[in-house]
Design a protein around this ligand. Structure first.
Ligand SMILES: *[C@@H]1O[C@H](CO)[C@@H](O)[C@H](O)[C@H]1NC(C)=O
Ligand SMILES: *[C@@H]1O[C@H](CO)[C@@H](O)[C@H](O)[C@H]1NC(C)=O
Ligand SMILES: *[C@@H]1O[C@H](CO)[C@@H](O)[C@H](O)[C@H]1NC(C)=O
Ligand SMILES: *[C@@H]1O[C@H](CO)[C@@H](O)[C@H](O)[C@H]1NC(C)=O
Length: 479
């Protein structure tokens, strides 16, 4: 029988001290099994960095405070932190920037080893990071918590789960969602949900099952699936119809198992969307030329609407909600009342006032923040250090907070709502309003058309409105 001890060293918590129960209970009993404190266990990775506080009067050179984010301040009758509900990604936090072309860099909390110690170090550093930022949530893949070699070892999982639970209590930082990593292992090269091999499908299912159980133990509010390997290269070697059905099957199994666990959490699905898509969309008009080698050519869920269609078609839309980047995809998710959360990635989303204001206006219009809030998937520069990574987060958090303040003032001042109403004025009375509220026949449309054939459309005044919007944002003394 082992017990878990806890000790404070230099004001820092270190856990997983394994001592025998007997040894612990005997007065003066030897504690020779106490693990030696390794470098990193009590290291302050953010030495000399204060907690980021709100200071709306700070000078432009002071980047170590928030100018716009005052977490408890009420904006549009809710605390800012409720509207914004930020989370930090452990995946990005652990990321060492390694790829085929560039050497990896190391963060002081990640020595690149696959040891349990190293996994724990990263997690503890993340909690400290969240505390510095004043962010209350984090997100992770299962593969960020434990090396896959230990996957089937319940002891290792217990160890990690207990470690995370202790840290959560100490730092008051909660797990927002856990997601099974169904893409980085070689076995998933041809898909997980949609593999051509039954045993790979079963492996994916078993991984999701375990991950749901861990997620429940960690009390995560949501559970995310990120089907990023699901797709096909060509139709002459792929039974697309079968694969789509398998896809839906595993989504259903997941939802049913969650219910059987009696685990109350929001299931989320995040369509595959990355900067490559955006880049190629821009360069080639959505043609997948020059797709990165090794990537799936045609994804089953490459945007929110394709995801929604699959969910709807298989009657899964009642179980899942969709995570989306800001902009058009988010707008479509909201239209169908399916927004599960917003994902901000610095590789894709520029932190500009306009898009963040529209993002926050969308959220306010929904009446409440989506279940998984705003996930900050921010990858530090390879030349940057811990402070730089913190500043990157400050940059995005503050930009979103600024967006929230603008959005609230736009709504309160009805700045654009009058214009919006005016644009649809023809639907407010007569034939237009009947069109909306009751059945109208083709013949009636024809009659109305004859009566109004000489009527000309109002010019859109798009440029006018665009500049108006920009100027509104430029006069930041409003917020
Ligand atoms: C800073 O906030 C205070 C109180 O919230 C407010 O009175 C003041 O006008 C703000 N200053 C600036 C520069 O926004
Ligand atoms: C932040 O908001 C809280 C709650 O509304 C308020 O009491 C506090 O004064 C604000 N902080 C600053 C620096 O304005
Ligand atoms: C960097 O990260 C990759 C992917 O997690 C890993 O395979 C590699 O060992 C890491 N390298 C170092 C030096 O940390
Ligand atoms: C539309 O304009 C044409 C030519 O100016 C005119 O002959 C016609 O009567 C007008 N129709 C209606 C419905 O006002």
């Amino acid at each position: 029988m082992v017990a878990r001890g806890r000790q404070r060293v230099c004001g820092c918590l270190f856990v997983a001290v394994t001592v025998s129960m007997a040894g612990y209970n005997q007065p003066g009993g030897k504690r020779q099994k106490v693990r030696e404190v390794r470098p990193g266990d009590n290291v302050d990775y953010f030495q000399g960095i204060d907690k980021i506080e709100y200071n709306n009067m700070s000078s432009p050179s002071d980047v170590s405070s928030y100018r716009f984010y005052n977490s408890t301040e009420r904006v549009h009758s809710r605390a800012m932190e409720d509207w914004l509900k930020f989370s930090v990604s452990l995946t990005e936090f652990r990321n060492n920037g390694s790829d085929n072309h560039r050497p990896p860099h190391t963060h002081p909390w990640n020595d690149g080893s696959k040891t349990l110690e190293n996994y724990k170090r990263c997690i503890r550093a993340l909690f400290e990071f969240c505390q510095k930022l004043g962010v209350k949530y984090w997100t992770a893949l299962d593969s960020d918590l434990l090396h896959c070699e230990w996957w089937d070892d319940p002891k290792q999982w217990d160890d990690i789960v207990e470690y995370v639970q202790e840290l959560s209590q100490r730092y008051h930082v909660k797990l927002l969602w856990l997601a099974p990593d169904l893409h980085s292992h070689a076995r998933y090269a041809y898909g997980a949900f949609t593999s051509n091999e039954a045993f790979t499908f079963a492996q994916a299912a078993a991984q999701i099952k375990k991950c749901l159980e861990i997620s429940q133990r960690l009390n995560a509010e949501c559970f995310l699936l990120w089907p990023c390997r699901e797709g096909y290269d060509n139709t002459f070697q792929t039974d697309v119809s079968r694969e789509i059905k398998l896809f839906a099957k595993l989504l259903k199994l997941t939802a049913e198992y969650k219910d059987r666990l009696n685990y109350r959490c929001q299931l989320l699905i995040m369509p595959y969307y990355n900067c490559q898509l955006k880049k190629y969309a821009h360069n080639f008009g959505w043609q997948p030329h020059g797709w990165r080698e090794g990537e799936v050519l045609n994804r089953y869920m490459w945007d929110v609407t394709s995801c929604l269609y699959l969910l709807k078609n298989f009657n899964l839309d009642r179980y899942y909600k969709v995570c989306s980047p800001p902009g058009h995809h988010m707008c479509m998710a909201m239209v169908y009342n399916m927004l599960g959360g917003v994902r901000l990635s610095n590789a894709i989303d520029h932190y500009d006032s306009k898009s963040f204001t529209l993002m926050m206006k969308g959220i306010i219009d929904q009446g409440t923040a989506p279940p998984s809030g705003i996930c900050l998937n921010l990858r530090g520069r390879r030349s940057g250090d811990a402070r730089d990574l913190l500043t990157l987060h400050v940059k995005y958090i503050d930009a979103a907070a600024k967006g929230l303040r603008f959005a609230a003032s736009i709504i309160a001042e009805q700045t654009f709502s009058k214009h919006l109403q005016q644009r649809y004025i023809t639907y407010h009375s007569g034939f237009g309003s009947r069109l909306v509220s009751s059945d109208v026949t083709m013949e009636e449309c024809e009659d109305f058309c004859k009566k109004t054939q000489n009527q000309t459309s109002e010019p859109s005044r798009s440029e006018h409105m665009d500049l108006f919007f920009q100027r509104y944002l430029d006069t930041s003394d409003r917020i």
